[in-house]
Design a protein around this ligand. Sequence first.
Ligand code: HEC
Length: 123
Amino acid sequence: MKTIKIGLLLGLYFLVIACSKSDNSEGMGTEDTNNEDPNSTALSYQNDIRPIIQGNCLSCHSNPPTNNAPMSLTSLSLVKSAIENRNLLSRINSTTNPMPPDGLMPLSARELIAEWANQGFPE
Ligand code: HEC
């Protein structure tokens, strides 16, 4: 159990390092790093985000929403607005009030959504 926790922490640490590295290289703005740097893969709503939402959220956040969910998450703009106005990122990482309610998604899926928001919600 302990080693699993340490492994998770290490994984998080490297993700943070990887993210800050890619941010720096983008900050240079002199070359197109997206295709060469494996640490800064360009994400898209269609390929990366929609499948995650579809598989984990739309059983309730459909259109119209069911199971008392307050909004639907069926399009890019709805997901973007939930990230900006409804604390989506903290809810999918919350241990006390998680979304989906029956348990957190894998870290990789949660990181993808955060990174996608970070990249400015690309289509
Ligand atoms: C089993 C049904 C169900 C699933 C699956 C589900 N939700 Fe929810 N969600 C709800 C309900 C019910 C609420 C309202 C009660 C609450 O906030 O806990 C809610 C609330 C939320 C809120 C807060 C809305 C607000 O305005 O406060 C966010 C953000 C959210 N869900 C995101 C998600 C995301 C993202 C997923 C998938 C990763 C997901 N939910 C999966 C039922 C669900």
